[in-house]
Ligand binder design. Structure first.
Ligand code: NAD
Length: 473
């Protein structure tokens, strides 16, 4: 049993003032595998004070120094990749290939930021003014459990590249992963206070960070409901706020798509990260004319989809992170059945032969209309809906008929046609015949999927504010 009883403030591992002990679980076995001592609001204030003290000197560092720091952070995280992968497996239950990707992603985002910084012009000219992009101040970075290390490192990379100092509040359910990342980042030898990591509850530590007058910027990834609370709280001191929230992403299968490629791609888009992905393609829009063919192919392809032991290389879907998430997914499967959707695969309960762990049956519903609850609300588990459409116009209308707008997928045999459809989708990212991520491309949501963008230049500028000086040029 691992006990984690320190947080990271002002360049040192310290015992939190908070004294609540919180159980950490292996979701594949439901066993308690560790305990973490949670920080409280007083710890958050100490972390914010340390970041505030570090800001004047750090904000004046030049690009070269910050690139150097990001490269050291990258090297330190990559050195812990195996330990991180292990923690991702036991504490989160990611299947092998996903877990490996997550462990690598945590370091690569740091290198991406270093690369970005090289070519970024902090000073430019606008009319008669010299415009300088200034770091905002102390950044509060609040992250969820579904890609703990990646979100911590990605948000830190952008904040520090910009010259902000930071207080990170990761999910309390990911303390083992956070601890490994923290140890790695400590090894990178940054000045004390530049980053601080306080694992605690959202309604104490998260709320304190969201409200504190010395925090200038909030960058949050998590649920839409909590995002709205953070926006309201941050409004009191006019914090700059970036919100990366939920999604109900459409996968538009055009009538010319080659199902040999389109069906596996659609299932991967829907089931990625065991369905616990904000960008999961959970509404699969299929032309009526080819619906039977599509569904038959889906049934066939589902033979390759295995929910079970995350360490088994055959596994494509791991457990849900918690009992709460398991219950939530079960509830939505029941709602789907009750509202008249037809089960094509999966259903309620655990997969056959599995009697422990928060595993769900990979589920696909047919006969879904876009008005049904399972088509409107984010489930955050491996539950997909197939919705039939008559023509391309209708597919676009259905795709956009959602309160969300994070990501969309268009699958077609004709790139130009797919491009034309993509250009009419209300989503921050539209992927055509691919699932590939590009760290230079902005990422974030239209509508209730969020505010602002992460990654690339847009992500960097979310931590900067322009200052114009006139009369000097
Ligand atoms: P959550 O909103 O419950 O929690 C996210 C973080 O916010 C956690 O660290 C939590 O402790 C903290 N928090 C909770 N209440 C808070 C409060 N009142 N003030 C400040 N902080 C608070 O989300 P979750 O259950 O951890 O993650 C799942 C959700 O995250 C899903 O809805 C998913 O769509 C979303 N998500 C979005 C993205 C994206 O990039 N858009 C990525 C991953 C996950």
């Amino acid at each position: 049993m691992q006990i984690i009883d320190t947080i990271y403030i002002d360049g040192a591992f310290v015992t939190p003032h908070g004294d609540e002990m919180f159980d950490l679980f292996n979701p594949a076995t439901e066993q308690v595998i560790g305990r973490v001592r949670l920080a409280d609001a007083e710890d958050a204030r100490a972390a914010i004070a340390a970041a505030k003290r570090a800001f004047p000197a750090f904000s004046r560092t030049d690009k070269r120094e910050r690139i150097d720091m990001l490269e050291r952070m990258h090297a330190a995280v990559i050195a812990r990749e195996d330990a991180l992968y292990e923690a991702i497996t036991v504490e989160y239950g990611a299947p092998v290939s996903r877990g490996r990707w997550m462990a690598r992603h945590a370091s690569s985002v740091l290198l991406d930021a270093a690369q970005l910084l090289r070519d970024y012009p902090f000073t430019r000219r606008a009319g008669t003014a010299e415009v300088t992009m200034q770091p905002l101040g102390v950044a509060g970075l609040i992250t969820p459990w579904n890609s703990d290390a990646g979100f911590i490192c990605g948000k830190l990379a952008a904040a520090l590249a910009a010259g902000c100092t930071a207080v990170v509040k990761p999910s309390e359910m990911s303390a083992m992963q956070t601890h490994i990342v923290t140890e790695a980042l400590h090894d990178a030898g940054l000045p004390p206070g530049v980053f601080n990591i306080v694992t605690g509850r959202g309604d104490t530590v998260g709320a304190e960070i969201s409200a504190h007058p010395d925090v200038a910027k909030l960058s949050f990834t998590g649920s839409t409901a909590v995002g709205k609370t953070i926006l309201r709280t941050g409004a009191e001191t006019l914090k700059r706020v970036t919100l990366e929230l939920g999604g109900k992403s459409p996968v538009i299968v055009l009538d010319d798509a080659d199902f040999e490629q389109a069906v596996p791609l659609a299932l991967q888009a829907g089931f990625m990260n065991s369905g616990q992905a904000c960008i999961a393609g959970t509404r699969i829009l299929v032309p009526h004319t080819r619906l039977a063919e599509f569904e038959a192919r889906v049934k066939q392809e589902m033979e390759q989809v295995h929910a079970g032991d995350p360490r088994d290389p055959q596994t494509t879907i791991g457990p849900m992170v918690s009992r709460k998430q398991w219950d939530r997914v079960q509830r939505y499967i029941r709602i789907g059945i009750d509202e008249g959707a037809r089960l094509i695969a999966g259903g309620e309960g655990r997969p056959e032969g599995v009697d422990a762990g928060w595993f769900v049956r990979p589920t696909i519903f047919g006969d879904v209309t876009n008005e049904m609850t399972i088509a409107r609300e984010e489930i955050f588990g491996p539950v997909l809906s197939i919705i039939a459409y008559h023509d391309t116009e209708e597919s676009i209308r259905i795709a956009n008929d959602t309160p969300y707008g994070l990501q969309a997928y268009v699958l077609s045999g004709d790139i130009q046609r797919a491009h034309a459809v993509a250009s009419r989708i209300e989503a921050g990212r539209v992927l055509v015949n691919t699932l590939a991520h590009d760290p230079a491309a902005p990422f974030g949501g239209f509508k209730q999927s969020g505010i602002g963008r992460e990654y690339g230049t847009f992500g960097l500028e979310a931590f900067l504010e322009p200052r114009s000086v006139l009369g000097v040029l």
